[in-house]
Design a protein around this ligand. Structure first.
Ligand code: NAD
Length: 293
C-alpha cells in the first residue's frame, strides 16, 4: 500500500480561489481593496524572487501589492522609519519584512515595529504571545499551511499524536501550538532529542521541519501516519541540483497513510496563507467578521 500524496499545489490553488472570491465580496462591501506591503532591503537574489512571487500572488487574488525596496546600505533607523510609516498608513492592511535583513540590522527590532494588526507573517512578539495564550491574532503562514494540509486528509485532529521535528520560532514552535489548539497530543522533537526514530514512530501526524535532507527514514513512520514535510533542502551541484525535503519520500510513502511531496507540498501553502492573513487583517481592522476562507 502506498500513501495518498497530499497535493499542496491543489489545496493552495483552492484556498487562493476562495480568497479571491472573498476579496471581491470585501470590495463590494467596503469599496476598498486590501493591500499588502512588502519591504525588501538589499539585493539578495533569493529574496528578490520571493518578493516578486508574493507580489504576483497578491495581485492575482485581487489585492494591492505595495513593494518598498531599500538599498543594502540602508540604516536600521531608515528601515524602522519605513515600517512605522506603513504601520500608520490606513491603506496598508498587511506588512511583511522580507528576511533575512542585511548584516547589521536587528531583524527582531524591525519586526516588532510592525503594527500587530498588520503582522501578516505572525512574527511580532505580540502575535507570538497571542498564539501562546490562545487569543485571536495573526498566525505564521507556514505552520498554518501545515495544519490545513493535515486537515485536508483528517478534518478532525483531536486526540491525534502530533510529533514536530524542529523547534524554530518560524515553524516548529508555532506549529506545536496550532496542533495543541486542535486538541492533539503534541511532542516537540529537536536536535537533542533521544531515540528520535522511536519518537517519530509514535506519531499519528509527523511534521518534519529540521532542514536536514532525508533525516526521516521510512521505518521512522508509523503505518498510516500523516507525514507533513516542511523541509526545503537543495542537494547536488549546478544543473544536477534539486530540492528535497526532510523525509526520505520514497521510503516513507510505503508506510504513511498520506504524505506531502517536496516540492509541491507545504511550499505553495505558505503564500496562500499570507494572502489569507492579509484578507483577515483587512477585515478585522474594519471591525468585520473573519472571512470564511
Ligand atoms: P531552523 O534551522 O531554524 O530550525 C531547525 C530545527 O530543527 C531546530 O529546532 C533544530 O533543533 C532541529 N534539528 C536540526 N537538526 C536536527 C536533527 N538532526 N534531528 C532533530 N532535529 C533537528 O529551520 P526552520 O526555519 O524551522 O526551517 C526548517 C526547514 O523548513 C528548512 O529546510 C526550511 O528551508 C524549511 N522551511 C520551509 C518553508 C516552506 O514554505 N515550505 C518555510 C519555512 C521553512
Amino acid at each position: 500500500m502506498t500513501a495518498d500524496i497530499i497535493d499542496g499545489k491543489a489545496v493552495a490553488a483552492d484556498l487562493r480561489a476562495r480568497i479571491a472570491a472573498s476579496v471581491a465580496a470585501f470590495e463590494a462591501k467596503t469599496k476598498e481593496t486590501p493591500g499588502l506591503a512588502v519591504v525588501l532591503v538589499g539585493d539578495d537574489p533569493a529574496s528578490q524572487v520571493y518578493v516578486r512571487n508574493k507580489g504576483k500572488a497578491t495581485e492575482k487574488a485581487g489585492m494591492r501589492s505595495i513593494e518598498h525596496r531599500l538599498p543594502a546600505s540602508a540604516s536600521q533607523e531608515e528601515v524602522i522609519a519605513l515600517v512605522r510609516a506603513l504601520s500608520a498608513d490606513h491603506s496598508v492592511d498587511g506588512i511583511l519584512v522580507q528576511l533575512p535583513l542585511p548584516a547589521g540590522i536587528d531583524a527582531n527590532r524591525v519586526i516588532n515595529e510592525i503594527d500587530p494588526a498588520k503582522d501578516v507573517d505572525g512574527l511580532t512578539e505580540l502575535s507570538a504571545g497571542r498564539l501562546l495564550l490562545g487569543k485571536e491574532g495573526l498566525v505564521p503562514c507556514t505552520p498554518q499551511g501545515c495544519v490545513i494540509l493535515a486537515k485536508s486528509v483528517r478534518p478532525r485532529l483531536e486526540g491525534a499524536h502530533a510529533v514536530i521535528l524542529g523547534r524554530s520560532i518560524l515553524v516548529g514552535k508555532p506549529l506545536s501550538l496550532l496542533f495543541l489548539a486542535e486538541n492533539c497530543t503534541v511532542t516537540m522533537a529537536h536536535s537533542r532529542t533521544k531515540d528520535l526514530a522511536d519518537v517519530c514512530r509514535s506519531a499519528d501526524i509527523l511534521c518534519a521541519a529540521a532542514g536536514r535532507p532525508a533525516l526521516v527514514k521510512g521505518d521512522w513512520v508509523k503505518g498510516g501516519a500523516i507525514v507533513i514535510d516542511v523541509g526545503i533542502n537543495r542537494i547536488g551541484e549546478g544543473a544536477a541540483s534539486k530540492i528535497v525535503g526532510d523525509v526520505d519520500f520514497e521510503a516513507a510513502k510505503i508506510r504513511a497513510g498520506a504524505i506531502t511531496p517536496v516540492p509541491g507540498g507545504v511550499g505553495p501553502m505558505t503564500i496562500a496563507c499570507l494572502l489569507r492573513n492579509t484578507l483577515v487583517a483587512a477585515a478585522r481592522r474594519r471591525g468585520l467578521a473573519d472571512p470564511e476562507v
